[in-house]
Design a protein around this ligand. Structure first.
Ligand SMILES: CC(=O)N[C@H](C=O)[C@@H](O)[C@H](O)[C@H](O)COP(=O)(O)O
Length: 252
């Protein structure tokens, strides 16, 4: 068996380049590579709101080949954890008066979903003010050191993605493209942001937001996505129905 010291200098530099391009990832992240992560979320207005439905949704998605799940709040995370061994990206949506940031806005929110069983925590990593004024780098460091899990940065622009990775984020996701005042008109899915980020950051880039068709899936992977998160198109029957209803010609 050849070792690194036995290979020729040319081969060795090739090896180094390969390692740089394909860094060793933790197994819970590697498990997501080239896969579909299903976002199992239902707002309080939905008849599917609640842990029982979200666990069933995750089980159904797993039967269909989902490699992992994105789940909101400790109750839903713990219910999904009870039915799957696959990675869970936990978020805690906590809107607070006077702030636009609501996805896992602070350390306490992150701790709650990790205690409930999340393997990775996604946080709002936009440039907008955060309740408690915690700095992104401090939030990420605390999640690493005190909770021992990886952090996915939900961003709205390429610059925010680069900054989040510099601040220590392990993965970066296009979740918030189109959901901030300064990206309101951006197209979804954000194929252009995936492409730009994949060329600039070493962390895996996750395409999330507005993926509705198989063509969307191909486009984000062609652009360099490591994995894709799909929510509404799989787990929101009211929106799926609305879309089909809207396609009926000559509707009264
Ligand atoms: C902006 C925001 O709060 N996005 C949330 C993030 O967790 C969810 O409401 C989305 O469903 C999720 O990002 C997946 O997106 P889509 O449902 O378009 O596949």
């Amino acid at each position: 068996m050849s070792t690194r010291s036995e290979v020729s200098p040319g081969t060795q530099s090739q090896l180094l380049r390969w390692e740089e391009q394909t860094p060793t990832l933790p197994p819970r992240v590697e498990a997501l590579r080239n896969g579909i992560i299903v976002s199992c979320q239902a707002s309080p207005e939905s008849p599917l709101h609640g842990p029982r439905f979200m666990a069933a949704m995750a089980q159904a998605a797993e039967m269909g080949g989902a490699v992992g799940f994105r789940v909101n709040g400790p109750d839903d995370v713990s219910a999904v954890r009870a039915v799957t061994a696959r990675p869970i990206i936990g978020i805690h949506k906590r809107p607070q008066p006077g702030f636009e940031v609501y996805i896992t806005p602070d350390f306490g929110s992150a701790a709650a979903v990790v205690r409930a069983g999340a393997d990775i925590v996604a946080v709002d990593a936009t440039q907008r003010p955060r309740p408690g004024a915690e700095r992104l780098e401090d939030l990420i460091r605390r999640i690493h050191e005190e909770l021992g899990v990886m952090v996915m940065a939900d961003i709205a622009t390429v610059e925010e993605g680069v900054r989040a990775v510099d601040a220590g984020a392990d993965l970066v996701a296009t979740t918030l493209v189109g959901f901030t005042p300064y990206t309101r008109d951006e197209p979804k899915p954000a194929v252009h942001v995936v492409r730009a980020l994949a060329g600039r950051v070493k962390a895996p880039v996750i395409a999330e937001g507005g993926i509705w068709t198989v063509e969307d899936v191909r486009a984000v992977f062609d652009a360099g996505a490591f994995a894709a998160v799909i929510g509404s198109a799989i787990t929101a029957p009211q929106l799926i129905t609305q879309r089909f209803v809207g396609a009926v010609p000559n509707r009264p």
